[in-house]
Design a protein around this ligand. Structure first.
Ligand code: TRP
Ligand code: SF4
Length: 405
């Protein structure tokens, strides 16, 4: 559990630069980011170092992939005014935290992450017996912890990485949150928040520790959050004292599970570049229409008069994403009675997909024509991210004995 109330929690997520994005990314991840950016303080970054953990031999396309992806983020409405957008390798503090965390991370934790063996199996053609590949979940932990993020939107396949991040944070706090004279410092800090608050704080702490009252914990955290008169260090001590007997320097994040994308590909399987069944966000509308017209349908409909079954047709899956109740009834009845042909059936879908993409493509063109603007946006994000990252790193260096006077 993170030590901040909900609205004040930071959200952080990263995406590997895979180049131009498709409708699967849009319906699965990006729409969610666009929503989250209004609800939380959000940090979204391009995980370019993560790309190198598997694609270290293909560096020629990295830069273009990064800009293509960022243009798509911006085009769908990820807003640099609401969220901080940056490129991971431009905030080298992530690497320093990764190194420092590596000192305390048991090898077994990394070897046990399910994606380690899975990916090695899947990407057989690459040599992934590297140090960087083994360490990549810990790099992800550093990405998260350096912003003290409370919520991490990820897909199912990444939940284990957030879990490991919690373990790393717990171990870190356990090792370095124990300072000499902690209890005395807590007593002194409690005095600084005023008599009434102090009494309330102690009572809430007792309720949480003795009765397991989670609400009391939340209330106590909110109380601390509102204190203006104490230092950040004292605040952390009081947060830590609520739950245990040490400071919480790196709060444990929660995974914010992104529901699996319902977006099917052109063949009915999950939309994915590796299946070659995608519609890219910036694909030419004529090409998109053609792809949709050529989509396979229920094989029982050989001739126009043969009735079909939408349940056996990938086109129906797209109707479930895009079409109104009314159109879906029309499809169901028309298909089963052979009253409509498959091209008729695809008509409203083609309109819906093109209608959804038109404003996105329009905005993308503006950014394509002004790459200087895109670069500026990412530079500004980098500066903001670095400010936060540096603060965390200062604390981490301090407690790890790396502060030299
Ligand atoms: N590992 C993630 C992926 O492959 C990307 C990523 C890197 C990430 N760092 C992160 C996601 C931090 C969430 C938080 O998709
Ligand atoms: Fe599929 Fe529509 Fe043709 Fe039925 S009518 S088989 S749902 S494309």
């Amino acid at each position: 559990m993170s030590s901040l109330p909900n609205q004040q929690q930071r959200v952080l997520s990263g995406m590997r630069p895979t180049g131009a994005l498709h409708l699967g990314h849009y319906h699965g991840v990006l729409k969610n980011w666009v929503k989250l950016q209004h609800e939380y303080e959000c940090y979204f970054f391009v995980a370019d170092w993560h790309a190198l953990t598997t694609h270290y031999e293909e560096v020629e396309i990295l830069e273009q992939s990064v800009w293509d992806m960022v243009i798509d983020w911006l085009a769908v409405g990820v807003n640099p005014g609401s969220a901080t957008l940056f490129i991971q390798s431009q905030v080298p503090e992530h690497a320093e935290l990764h190194l420092l965390l590596s000192m305390i991370t048991p090898l077994g934790w990394l070897e046990r992450v399910p994606s380690y063996k899975d990916q090695q199996e899947k990407l057989r053609e690459r040599d992934l017996a590297t140090y960087g590949f083994l360490g990549y979940p810990l790099l992800q932990s550093a990405d998260i912890l350096i912003y003290k993020a409370g919520q991490v939107p990820v897909g199912e396949d990444q939940v284990a990485h957030v879990e490991m991040t919690r373990e790393v944070a717990r171990r870190f706090n356990h090792l370095y949150g124990r300072e000499a004279g902690f209890e005395e410092k807590v007593e002194a800090a409690i005095k600084k928040i005023g008599k009434k608050n102090a009494k309330l704080y102690k009572e809430l702490r007792r309720k949480f520790q003795e009765e397991g009252d989670d609400e009391a914990l939340e209330t106590a955290r909110a109380l601390l959050e509102n204190q203006q008169n104490i230092t950040l260090g004292d605040k952390e001590r009081l947060f830590g004292y609520l739950e245990g007997s040490g400071r919480i320097i790196l709060p444990e994040p929660d995974a914010l599970l992104t529901p699996a994308s319902k977006m099917p590909g052109l063949d009915g399987q999950k939309m994915s570049k590796s299946y070659g069944n995608t519609i890219a966000l910036r694909e030419d509308p004529a090409k998109i229409s053609e792809k949709l017209r050529k989509m396979p349908t229920d094989p029982a409909r050989v001739r126009r008069n043969d009735p079909g079954d939408p349940e056996k047709c990938p086109v129906w899956k797209l109707h479930q994403v895009y079409s109104s109740e009314e159109i879906r009834t029309w499809v169901q009845e028309g298909c089963r009675s052979a009253a409509i042909g498959c091209l008729d059936c695809k008509g409203p879908l083609i309109d819906a997909v093109l209608g959804e993409l038109a404003p996105i493509q329009e905005r993308a063109r503006e950014y394509e024509q002004d790459l200087g603007l895109v670069r500026n946006i990412m530079n500004e994000g980098r500066d903001k991210a670095r400010d936060v990252a540096r603060q965390t790193l200062t604390e981490v260096r301090q407690v790890m004995g790396l502060e030299y006077h």
